[in-house]
Design a protein around this ligand. Structure first.
Ligand SMILES: Cc1ncc(COP(=O)(O)O)c(C=O)c1O
Length: 379
């Protein structure tokens, strides 16, 4: 059967050469804009493309403001800083995520607390979140306090796994009731919507990534989105070394970050964003093709959740046993088709294993059985 799957994927991508998990596509104005950018000499953190990208990105996702950063991790870090996350705070997130989510929390001196995911969305479960807070927290002086540690649970960072939107409206309602700031890790979900609203725009702030494996890329890059003018101003200020604007003086009013996206990367991103609708259609057609095929084999293909439209950034199937999963990974990778298991759960990693967790049955289940399939935009 695995032979049949490999030849289906080779057929789908029309090649018997190595098929990566997700490779970028540069089919538009990338070279033109890059050349213009080089000719202008504005290749660094000041330049017309950065401003243009921010404008066009915010308009695409429907947020008031967008602030471009060097990568998605920086966007998450700054989002947490904007929400006032600091040393000894706690931040709820899901154990099933890429390490960057937890790294960013840790950069603030805060600790992640792990709450289970939903089996359908693969993202944070609003039910598990609500139950965790009922059992472990109370509100004091308008802050959510962890009963056991007496630390403030300052923020919650759900992640839209593989581009599938989690039930973000419901998660927001729980966060609002508990005075917890909602920050969306939308690194993987550009072009994904929940109930018709773009992911990343439900919380006070949202963070996206343009790493080389994402749906659009500039090699590296990220962006913070928000509807709050004051937060947007502060985001721009602290991502540009907190320098007070002045023609010649260098005065900085706090310890800021050198996190501004270079104009060169922004030039690439403007060109990539022009192609997003085509990329999304292409990826949806691929997901439909995968779904039909795996259903015909009686295998479980991960579909977009109800009330949501996914960008199908990474397609995934769920195998029946861990042994089956490992044989599948072994066979496909040995035969030139790149597949990979889901991330090792964050709560298992040395750095985070002592941190508080809810019951994580769904995350443990998904960790064992899920495999990602090649998902690049097909030429
Ligand atoms: C869920 C998630 N969060 C954060 C990031 C961090 O983005 P970056 O690699 O651009 O720093 C990524 C991807 O790389 C991601 O998949």
């Amino acid at each position: 059967m695995y032979e049949k799957i490999v030849s289906f994927i080779q057929d789908t991508f029309n090649t018997t050469n190595f098929i990566p998990l997700h490779e970028p596509r540069f089919c538009g104005n990338e070279k033109k804009y890059l050349n213009e950018c080089i000719d202008s000499t504005f290749v660094s953190s000041v330049g017309a493309y950065v401003d243009r990208f921010e404008k066009e990105f915010s308009s695409y996702v429907g947020s008031q403001y967008a602030i471009a950063t060097v990568n998605g991790t920086a966007a998450l870090h700054v989002s947490l800083v904007l929400m006032g996350v600091e040393k000894d705070d706690e931040v709820i997130t899901q154990p099933l995520t890429f390490i960057a989510t937890c790294n960013a929390i840790t950069y603030c001196g805060a600790k992640p607390v792990f709450v289970d995911v939903d089996k359908e969305t693969l993202g944070l479960s609003h039910e598990a979140l609500s139950q965790f807070l009922d059992e472990n927290a109370y509100i004091k002086d308008n802050q959510c306090v962890n009963k056991h540690t007496k630390k403030v649970i300052k923020a919650c960072v759900p992640m839209h796994t593989f581009g599938h939107p989690c039930r973000i409206r419901e998660i927001k309602a729980v966060c609002d009731a508990w005075h917890i700031a909602l920050i969306e890790d939308a690194a993987e979900s550009l072009g994904s919507y929940y109930e018709g609203k773009h992911t990343g725009t439900f919380g006070k702030v949202g963070a996206f990534s343009f790493n080389g494996n994402k749906i659009i890329t500039s090699g590296g890059g990220g962006v913070i989105v928000t509807d709050d003018e004051a937060l947007a101003k502060r985001a721009k200020h602290i991502t540009t070394t907190a320098k007070i604007p002045h023609k010649w003086e260098f005065v900085h009013d706090e310890v800021g970050f050198n996190y501004r996206l270079p104009n060169l990367n922004a030039a690439l991103l403007v060109a990539q964003l022009e192609q997003i609708n085509g990329f999304l259609e292409n990826k949806r057609a691929l997901a439909n093709r995968y779904e039909d095929f795996f259903v015909s084999l009686n295998m479980k293909f991960i579909k977009e959740p109800k009330n949501a439209r996914s960008n199908y950034w990474l397609n995934a199937i769920c195998l029946d046993t861990k042994e089956q999963r490992d044989t599948f990974l072994e066979y496909t990778n040995q035969n030139g088709v790149m597949t990979r298991p889901i991330w090792t759960l964050m709560n298992r990693l040395e750095m985070f294993k002592s941190y508080q967790c809810s019951d994580l049955s769904n995350a443990f289940y998904l960790e064992e059985y899920i495999v990602n399939l090649p998902s690049s935009v097909r030429l």
